[in-house]
Design a protein around this ligand. Structure first.
Ligand SMILES: NC(=O)c1ccc[n+]([C@@H]2O[C@H](COP(=O)([O-])OP(=O)(O)OC[C@H]3O[C@@H](n4cnc5c(N)ncnc54)[C@H](OP(=O)(O)O)[C@@H]3O)[C@@H](O)[C@H]2O)c1
Length: 291
């Protein structure tokens, strides 16, 4: 039977990556919405939407993602990353909708030096991380059918992201300092989108335990932002000289985890996925950017 899938935040990186991959078929009909027609801060608008439309699966790509700005707008960040998730989870539970919600590595404090498991203690260091954690917690409390996927360092050919910013700066500047003491795993949004589409088509979603809905997903491999930039510039023959600097020498409003590599064994096992190596995915993104 044809299922209707609602993708929120459809103009963002992940939303657009899902649209780029999605093929019309007889199994799924996709509805893409963003803030104009589906404002997560407008509870009445969201309720009315679900009164009018039958939805089988929600992929919640919408979020407040401006990590530094969130320090100045904690209420707005909380409304989108927490309170709106509460509403979506409540509706999903009432209407038997499968809810896929996206969260972040920034729920961790980064004091580890071993890839984080889904069960490891959380301790966000920023308003953004805290609001995303509250979103996870309220999801788990209401317990709709569905999963939470934590991801990290997302980039794509769409919107604003580290890769596009660095490509611009690398062409404008002769030298650039980039932090080498924050270690993580980049995630190409196209890969995450593919995993999500594979998950909704898999039989595995019929038999998931509701009590353990969190999964970690990023590309394979580990790097610092400095290494990421060096590799990006080498691939693009950008001659800008990149210098490794410490986080303390690049102050930002929000504190970020020093180490936020996540263990992906669980998602690989349950959904039989094979995340690509980050350098291969970066090459793919760059090819897509040139098209
Ligand atoms: N980007 C990363 O590095 C990263 C890392 C870890 C986890 N994540 C998570 O991954 C998910 C997808 O991230 P992304 O990079 O695709 O984010 P994104 O590019 O910032 O897209 C988010 C989308 O949500 C929309 N939105 C904002 N406020 C809204 C509201 N009140 N109602 C409805 N839509 C609203 C945004 O619109 P505007 O652009 O108009 O605000 C944007 O189109 C998010 O849950 C994010 O927290 C991202």
């Amino acid at each position: 039977m044809n299922k209707t899938i609602l993708v929120t935040g459809a103009k963002g990186q992940l939303g657009r990556s899902i649209q780029a991959l999605e093929k019309d078929d007889s199994l799924f009909t996709f509805i893409y919405v963003d803030i104009d027609e589906f404002n997560l801060c407008n509870a009445a608008m969201v309720d009315t939407f679900f009164e009018k439309k039958h939805i089988d699966i929600i992929i919640n790509c919408a979020a407040y993602t401006a990590v530094d700005k969130a320090e100045l707008e904690p209420k707005l960040a909380d409304a989108i990353n927490h309170l709106a998730v509460k509403q979506l989870a409540t509706i999903a539970k009432q209407k038997n909708i499968f809810l896929i919600h996206i969260s972040t590595d920034y729920v961790f404090n980064g004091h580890h030096f071993q890839p984080y498991l889904e069960t490891d203690a959380v301790d966000p260091q920023s308003v953004y991380g805290m609001t995303k954690l509250r979103g996870e917690q309220v999801f788990q409390k209401i317990a709709p059918k569905g999963i939470i996927i934590r991801t990290s360092w997302v980039y794509s050919e769409f919107g604003h992201n580290f890769v596009k910013t660095m490509l611009r700066l690398g062409k404008e500047k002769e030298r650039l300092g980039v932090v080498f003491d924050q270690i993580g795993s980049p995630t190409y949004a196209g890969d995450l989108a593919k995993v999500i589409l594979d998950i909704i088509q898999s039989n595995a979603i019929q038999s998931l335990p509701i009590s353990t809905p969190i999964y970690h997903y990023s590309n394979e491999g580990v790097c610092s932002w400095y290494d990421f930039t060096q590799h990006l510039f080498a691939m693009n023959q950008i001659t800008c000289q990149v210098t490794p600097i410490e986080t303390k020498d690049y102050p930002t409003a929000a504190q970020r985890p020093f180490y936020s590599v996540m263990n992906k064994a669980k998602i690989k096992l349950h959904f039989k996925c094979t995340p690509p190596y980050w350098q291969d995915s970066l090459a793919l993104c760059l090819r897509n950017l040139q098209e």
